[in-house]
Design a protein around this ligand. Structure first.
Ligand SMILES: NC(=O)c1ccc[n+]([C@@H]2O[C@H](COP(=O)([O-])OP(=O)(O)OC[C@H]3O[C@@H](n4cnc5c(N)ncnc54)[C@H](O)[C@@H]3O)[C@@H](O)[C@H]2O)c1
Length: 450
């Protein structure tokens, strides 16, 4: 887990590096930042305590659990997991924080036994998200469910409908949508038009070879329990991402985070996708280990074409999203070390460019993407920039959870409601169809709607 408080100090306000982005300040706030902790003032009152449970405190669940412990007035009262090893692990962490919890193996028993829960966090494997999230919504709980919302479009649609029918909140875990660095970048692209017209994008998630996940000796689930919950072997249970029954593959697992950013920033889902991929470097797995996709978007009647790839054999250049326009390019990543703007030589120089903090990145001179340095025309600090700066000191998952809790308490908007996540699900799951068919697939606008 990358913690922005220990990395990328360039995010923080530094008087010496203060730059004037009067153009941004003068342009008006067309981008409205989401609700975070600052809007949760009533949270400090005990009567505003939210009682929550988690289904699936595995690797990501424990990350979310740790982030929740930093947020005022959030109390875990129960956890649910089919694996006693993970039950114990999570219950022991919570005990240390004076939160003794009831432990369940089956989510039906959790919902029957915990009537006064306000919300449930679902961090189980993708194939059971729809089942778990819908049951919680129908039991009257708000739900934070990890991405990919579902590995099937039917599952995703059912989740959208359940949220609508129950009137309960459903936040999907595309946490970049609550990340101040991304909001800052969006303001630069959309309000300040720092890139001119965006014409292309390029993005990837490359990572070194994955080793199979194991389990401690003696801690295996017995075959009957595995079978009861849909797994044939411990390998399937632990390495579910590689199996088609349990996961939408690398495009859904990693690509969904990043394609979600393109849908968001370009303010439209794609028009077509062409993709190729294969299981070329791993054995005994079902999903491809590498995939390359070309997406086409129609933005304001003009074509924006972009490339996306996931490689599971090399970490070359890591993971990032790049936007390219006719006046410049912007590179951003959840990895806080990557945040740059490259201006084209021919682009008209902005008044603040000389004062901006420069670095060398990717072999070129770049402007660092820094939050909180925007000045209003009168020379005072732009308050929204200061809010983004303050919030950016927290880890991204904490911010996304705070946005969820703020929506429950203060009725502020969710950063990633199910309709938005469904568009992303269609965007990435259709790329799998393009890989299978070996051809370019066009999206119909209706496909993105439920
Ligand atoms: N937003 C992010 O940055 C991010 C990062 C990593 C993972 N994730 C998502 O988090 C989810 C979990 O991923 P992970 O890596 O933690 O997997 P994991 O296998 O480590 O954890 C899954 C947990 O669910 C439990 N489980 C499985 N089936 C269950 C069932 N039917 N009922 C109750 N518990 C069950 C497992 O025992 C395990 O504890 C996935 O949806 C994944 O895509 C999101």
């Amino acid at each position: 887990m990358v913690d922005p408080r220990t990395q990328g100090t360039s995010l923080y306000f530094n008087r010496r590096d203060f730059i004037r982005t009067a153009a941004v300040a003068g342009a008006g706030l067309m981008v409205t930042v989401p609700g975070w902790a600052q809007e949760q003032a009533p949270a400090s009152q005990p009567e505003n305590e939210l009682r929550i449970a988690m289904i699936g405190p595995g690797s990501q669940g424990r990350n979310l659990l740790t982030q929740c412990l930093k947020i005022p007035n959030i109390r875990f009262t129960a956890i649910c997991d089919i694996w006693p090893y993970h039950q114990d692990y999570a219950a022991n962490i919570l005990k240390k924080y004076d939160m003794p919890v009831k432990v369940y193996a089956d989510y039906n028993e959790l919902l029957a036994g915990e009537k006064d829960l306000d919300a449930v966090i679902v961090a189980t494997p993708d194939w059971v998200h729809a089942e778990h999230a819908i049951a919680c919504l129908k039991a009257g709980k708000h739900v934070y469910c990890e991405k990919e919302m579902s590995n099937t479009l039917e599952g995703g649609r059912a989740m959208v409908k359940a949220a609508r029918e129950t009137g309960k909140l459903l936040q999907i875990g595309h946490q970049r949508r609550s990340n101040p660095r991304y909001w800052h970048a969006l303001k630069m692209i959309r309000n300040d038009k720092i890139l001119g017209r965006v014409t292309h994008f390029n993005s990837q998630w490359n990572r070194s070879r994955r080793f199979d996940l194991g389990w401690p000796e003696g801690k295996e689930l017995d075959p009957a329990t595995l079978k009861k919950y849909g797994y044939e072997t411990m390998d399937q249970f632990r390495n579910w991402r590689w199996y088609k029954k349990f996961s939408g593959g690398p495009m859904a697992d990693l690509g969904s985070h990043q394609m979600d950013v393109y849908n968001w920033f370009l303010d439209t889902p794609p028009a077509a996708v062409l993709a190729a991929g294969g299981l070329d470097n791993y054995e005994d797995r079902e999903w491809y280990d590498n995939v390359m996709a070309i997406y086409e978007y129609k933005v304001g009647g003009k074509m924006v074409r972009g490339f996306y790839q996931v490689l599971n054999t090399t970490s070359f250049n890591g993971f990032f999203e790049a936007f390219m326009g006719d006046e410049g390019s912007l590179v951003i990543s959840e990895d806080t070390r990557k945040g740059f703007v490259f201006r084209e030589q021919e682009a008209k120089k902005r008044e603040w460019e000389d004062e901006a903090s420069k670095v060398e990145a990717m072999g070129k001179d770049a402007i660092e993407l820094k939050i909180g340095e925007t000045l209003r025309p009168d020379g005072t600090k732009d308050p929204e920039g200061q809010q983004l700066l303050e919030e950016s000191k927290k880890p991204p998952h904490q911010l996304h959870l705070e946005n969820f809790f703020s929506a429950i308490r203060n009725k502020t908007p969710l950063s990633c409601p199910p309709e938005v996540a469904y568009e992303t699900a269609v965007t990435v799951l259709k790329a799998n169809d393009a890989v299978a068919a070996g051809k370019r697939i066009e999206f119909k606008p209706d496909e993105f709607k439920v």
